[in-house]
Design a protein around this ligand. Structure first.
Ligand SMILES: Nc1ncnc2c1ncn2[C@@H]1O[C@H](COP(=O)(O)OP(=O)(O)OP(=O)(O)O)[C@@H](O)[C@H]1O
Length: 220
C-alpha cells in the first residue's frame, strides 16, 4: 500500500500541494483535476521523484525513498524515459545493474514484448518510433523492473484510438496497482477510486461517478 500522510510540496517558494492524506489501497486509482492543479507533482511524490517538503509518503510502511524501485513511473512524455538507441537495449536498460545475466534480461524482455504484441518493435531504433509506440515501449521498460505499483502520467494523450485501445488492454492485463493521472474521463470512469486535486489540495476522493460529477461542477 502507498500511504500519503499530511504531505505538502513547496517549490521555489510556491505551495504546489498542501496537506494531502490518503491511503491508496484499491487496484486502480485515478488522479484528476484542472491543468496546473498539482496532479503530476502528486504522482511524482508517490514514487519519491518529488520528495515532499513536509509530511510523509510510505510504501509498504517504509519511507518511499527506501522503496523507489517498487513504484514504477511512466512519464507523460516518453522522450524523458527512452535513453538507448535500440528498443531492446532501452527495455533492458533499467535492469543493467540488477545482477541478472544478459540472457535472463533478454528473456524477460521477449516475454513482455510477446505478451503485449509488440515484438515487431524490438529491433527498431528508439528515436524512429511514433509517439504512441514510444509510450508503449516506455511502459514495457517499467514493467520489466517488476514494480508492485505503477504510476502513469497521462498515458493516453499521444495515442490514436487503436493504440489507446491497445494500452487499455495492456493495463487490464496488469496485476500491479495502477495509479493513473489523466484528463481522459472515459478512462477515469473505469477506475476503482478517483482523487480530485484542486488548487493543490485533495478536494474530493471517492467513487468515479461521484468525483467526476464534482469535477464537472468545479469546471462550470
Ligand atoms: N519548479 C517549479 N517551481 C514553481 N512552480 C512549479 C514548479 N514545477 C511546477 N510548478 C507549478 O506547480 C503547479 C502544479 O504543476 P503540475 O505539473 O503538478 O500540474 P498538473 O495538475 O499535472 O497540470 P497539467 O494537467 O497541466 O499537466 C503548476 O502551477 C506549476 O506551474
Amino acid at each position: 500500500m502507498i500511504e500519503i500522510d499530511s504531505a505538502s510540496l513547496v517549490k521555489n517558494g510556491r505551495t504546489i500541494l498542501s496537506d494531502i492524506s490518503a491511503k491508496l489501497i484499491e487496484d486502480r486509482i485515478g488522479i484528476i483535476g484542472h491543468n496546473g492543479s498539482g496532479k503530476t507533482s502528486l504522482a511524482k511524490m508517490l514514487n519519491g521523484l518529488e520528495p515532499c517538503t513536509s509530511g510523509h509518503v510510505r510504501v509498504g510502511g517504509a519511507d518511499v525513498s527506501e522503496h523507489r524501485a517498487r513504484v514504477g513511473f511512466v512519464f507523460q512524455n516518453p522522450e524523458n524515459q527512452l535513453v538507448m538507441p535500440l528498443v531492446e537495449e532501452d527495455i533492458a536498460f533499467g535492469l543493467k545493474k540488477s545482477g541478472l545475466s544478459k540472457a535472463e534480461i533478454k528473456t524477460r524482455s521477449d516475454v513482455l514484448l510477446e505478451k503485449f504484441n509488440l515484438s515487431h518493435l524490438q529491433e527498431r531504433l528508439t528515436h524512429e518510433l511514433s509517439g504512441g509506440e514510444k509510450q508503449l515501449i516506455a511502459l514495457i521498460g517499467v514493467l520489466i523492473m517488476q514494480p508492485a505499483h505503477i504510476i502513469l502520467d497521462e498515458p493516453t494523450t499521444l495515442l490514436d484510438l487503436r493504440n489507446r485501445a491497445m494500452l487499455l488492454s495492456m493495463l487490464e492485463m496488469l496485476e500491479q496497482q495502477l495509479i493513473i493521472v489523466s484528463h481522459d474521463l472515459d478512462l477515469m470512469a473505469q477506475m476503482d477510486r478517483l482523487l480530485l486535486i484542486h488548487e493543490g489540495k485533495l478536494h474530493a476522493d471517492g467513487a468515479p461517478d461521484q468525483i467526476i460529477q464534482t469535477y464537472r461542477d468545479l469546471s462550470c
